[in-house]
Design a protein around this ligand. Structure first.
Ligand code: NAD
Length: 267
């Protein structure tokens, strides 16, 4: 295989959940840039269509599918729409997640269930539905789950989220073992701090608690803790995810790859 073939995904089809904005959008755009046809699966169908049409405007292929990953019927619909648009599925990126904060002492069961349902049950439903298609495609496909640096360090206010991401990593290892005989790999990308609409809410809340009108101070404080000196962009997480999807990564499975500018080394 020459160096171009090692990093080429022409003819491959990927589904990226939560791809209407933030990290998922960065992942979908990067996969499309190396030849993948991409299904943008998100609750937010308007923004999902915007991302898909921007990808199409660059000459690449994308569809938007309104999806709730925590709902079996919705996941079945995503699978059948992607199959009818592109004919096969090779790559699944489970990125959709929610992260509303609450300490254990104030946690309602509704909030706990919501976070676990989207972040962990959703990924499981997607894998159970799509792994048979990925195996059938015969391209030695990929399952890539987006976890978090939070599995290495927990925070007050994130017990539901941290539990969901810890579970997602365990689920990934099970996938790696179960699908290895088909040449399908399963890995985790664990981002550190990334500027996205979702993290903007958390950063905004932290700034408000300090009485800051902007997030500039919170952002600078976080950046100073990161060995490579700054927050990640969604594009950086997209590049690392795309790398795992390429033929160059065919012998990597069951791993967690931290894409965090070295932050994990400091905690
Ligand atoms: P975000 O909130 O900016 O975007 C998440 C997207 O997921 C949104 O478009 C939303 O509509 C969609 N979504 C939510 N619930 C859904 C559902 N039930 N079905 C389908 N789509 C749904 O989030 P982000 O910051 O881009 O985070 C993306 C991933 O990266 C998540 O898995 C998150 O845990 C992880 N992560 C983020 C950071 C960070 O600093 N931003 C750090 C570590 C890990």
């Amino acid at each position: 295989m020459n160096s171009q073939q090692l990093f080429d995904l022409s003819g491959r089809v990927a589904i990226v959940t939560g791809a209407a904005k933030g990290i998922g959008m960065g992942i979908a755009q990067n996969l499309a840039s190396v030849g993948c046809s991409v299904a943008i699966a998100d609750l937010d169908s308007i923004e999902a269509e915007n991302v898909a049409s921007e990808i199409r405007s660059k000459g690449d292929q994308a569809i938007a599918v309104s999806t709730d990953v925590s709902d079996q019927t919705s996941v079945e619909n995503l699978c059948s729409q992607t199959m009818s648009s592109f004919g096969h599925i090779d790559i699944l990126v489970n990125n959709a997640a929610v992260y509303p904060m609450s300490p254990i002492s104030e946690m309602t069961m509704d909030l706990w269930d919501h976070v676990l349902n989207v972040n962990l049950r959703g990924a499981f439903l997607m894998i159970r539905q799509l792994a048979p298609e990925i195996i059938k495609a015969g391209s030695k496909g990929r399952i890539i789950n987006i976890s978090s640096i939070n599995t290495g360090k927990s925070y007050v206010g994130m017990p539901h989220y941290d539990s969901s991401k810890g579970g997602l990593e365990a689920l990934t290892r099970s996938c790696a073992l179960e699908y290895a005989e088909h040449g399908v790999t399963a890995n985790v990308i664990a981002p550190g701090a990334v500027k996205t609409p979702g993290s903007m809410t958390v950063r905004g809340n932290l700034a408000k608690e300090r009485g800051d009108p902007t997030t500039a101070e919170v952002d600078a404080e976080f950046a100073s803790r990161i060995p490579l000196g700054d927050w990640a962009t969604p594009d950086m997480i997209g590049q690392a995810t795309t790398l795992l999807a390429t033929p160059a990564a065919s012998y990597i499975t069951g791993q967690t790859i931290y894409v965090d500018g070295g932050l994990k080394l400091t905690i």
